[in-house]
Design a protein around this ligand. Structure first.
Ligand SMILES: [Zn+2]
Length: 502
């Protein structure tokens, strides 16, 4: 055969064997069609979130009172909820439904200020026909949320109930309009809400231990081996719970007013998890500031669950995490979200890079303190190599392509079509950004900047403008460096900053 024919022949063989591997060995249970359809829809649909940078949020401050019963046999939570806002600046009052996949949340018996009302409802939200008012408005309703028997963010898996985004959540307004509920893409945090105050009551088996976003107020025995648990939480971004009968726990007080609970499903990991948690809380308190919350929980979930994620005052990770390359990094990262995401909040959908980038950078600072400056230096050098070579971040293996085009970091959720690109722009690029700003400022002024940002925004929803302001207060010239990192397309950015990393 001629050389060209040989080449063509070998190319065809490669394509054929790749297709065989994809089709036979890696074929998803439902086949490829749903994935292809989802990818096409993602590329052709409206953006998940329309974006003009928000300078000043106009949060509502809802108070939620929820009474719910866990029906384990039916795997369902049934609840009654009353939500009060001190005023209503816009007509209508939408509530987002973040239903677990394949299990539509049901809402019924809605009243507005005590009067029954008809609501406009679809799969994503229900809208109560309220009108603008300078006085408090109160909505009451019943809801039913299935807890799929799956290892999902809201579900029941191996005796552990993970209960997140489980009640209708008051919508967020910006620039004089209610924002429609953002659509989840299967990775990252598609959530949008204002911080609120909560009184939550749950009827569950008495044998369960619960870890939640707020401290326990009381628990009372009931007939039939059940208990009523009550919690309250002030100024949290939502209220999450994790419960089950098989947790082993230990606890300690921080000395700054927070009680920390560490709970695991594999008792062999209790001590290591507790030591990491102590180290993280100490470093974050010293370097950033103290958490204003009375409770913090670090909870290991059974094998097969989402590898790590955050809820207010709940750092969650799966047993599987121990098999990843850097379990300690991700556990400390989730603890860090108490500082950036909950204490200093942001709209995760609008600025995913803001809480993820800062949280991941302070997780690296915890490692620097615990493992030494050489570890920090090596991690930054490795992160730079990944970034420069267009490879995504951990939890992916080294060498995994990011699939990132010539994009920028200051983009909302849904701007990147894959999880790999999401990690590249919202985690990897921002930790290099904070390292670069630290090089410019020196340690003393850099940590002053982080403390400024934290102290001035604690208890509020922060934006990019707040981050810029905190940096300008320490060194106005450094804002240029921050903006370079946030807004410059990759190719141009890499060539401009390479000299500072090589
Ligand atoms: Zn995170």
């Amino acid at each position: 055969m001629k050389k060209n024919t040989m080449k063509l022949y070998s190319l065809m063989l490669t394509v054929l064997s790749t297709l065989t591997v994809l089709g036979v060995f890696l074929r998803p249970p439902d086949g490829w069609m749903p994935q292809i359809t989802a990818a096409v829809e993602r590329w052709t649909a409206d953006p998940v979130y329309r974006y003009e940078p928000l300078v000043l949020p106009t949060p509502n401050q809802p108070r939620y009172v929820i009474r719910a019963t866990l029906d384990e046999a039916a795997a369902v939570l049934r609840g009654e909820m009353t939500v009060t806002v001190p005023e209503l600046r816009l007509d209508g009052m939408p509530f987002y439904l973040y239903s677990p996949s394949g299990a539509q949340m049901r809402v019924s018996d809605v009243t507005l200020n005590g009067e029954p009302v008809e609501v406009a409802a679809n799969a994503k939200q229900v809208t109560v026909p309220a009108v603008k008012s300078a006085t408090p408005q109160t909505v009451s309703l019943r809801f039913e949320t299935a807890l799929p028997k799956k290892p999902t963010r809201t579900g029941a898996w191996q005796g552990v109930y993970t209960v997140s985004y489980w009640y209708p959540i008051l919508a967020v307004e910006r620039n004089g309009e209610w924002v429609p509920r953002p659509d989840p893409l299967g990775f990252g945090d598609p959530y949008l809400m204002d911080a609120g105050d909560y009184d939550v009551e749950l009827d569950s088996p008495a044998s369960f231990k619960w870890y939640t976003s707020g401290p326990r107020v009381s628990e009372a025995e009931k007939e039939g081996g059940r208990k009523t648990f009550k919690w309250s939480a002030e100024n949290v971004r939502n209220f999450g719970l994790v419960g089950g009968a098989a947790f082993q726990e230990t606890q300690f007080a921080t000395g700054t007013g927070t009680q920390v609970f560490v709970a695991v499903t594999d008792p062999a990991k209790l001590q290591q998890t507790a030591e990491l948690t102590r180290s993280a809380v100490k470093t974050f308190t010293e370097k950033i500031g103290m958490s204003p919350y009375p409770v913090l929980n670090v909870v290991e979930l059974p094998k097969g669950t989402v590898y790590a994620h955050e809820l207010p005052n709940l750092a969650l990770f799966s047993q599987d995490l121990w098999g990843y390359d850097d379990p300690e990094h991700w556990i400390v990262h989730e603890v860090g979200h108490v500082w950036f995401y909950n204490s200093v909040g942001n709209y995760e959908v609008e600025t995913p890079w803001l809480d993820e980038g800062l949280t991941d950078y302070i997780a690296l600072v915890e490692q620097e303190v615990r493992l030494g400056p050489e570890h920090y230096r090596k991690t930054i050098a490795e992160a730079w190599e990944r970034y420069r070579q267009n490879q995504t971040y951990t939890p992916y293996k080294k060498g995994t392509p990011s699939g990132a085009n010539d994009g920028i970091s200051a983009m909302p959720y849904g701007s990147f079509a894959t999880s790999q690109a999401h990690y590249y722009y919202n985690y990897l690029r921002p930790i290099l950004m904070y390292h670069d700003i630290r090089q410019e400022l020196g340690d003393e002024r850099f940590f002053l900047f982080l403390r400024q940002y934290y102290t001035k925004n604690v208890g509020q929803t922060a934006t990019r403008a707040d981050l810029e302001r905190a940096l300008a207060d320490v060194n106005p010239d450094s804002v240029k460096r921050l903006n370079l990192w946030l807004d410059t397309p990759n190719g141009q950015l890499i060539s401009q900053i390479a000299g500072r990393f090589q």
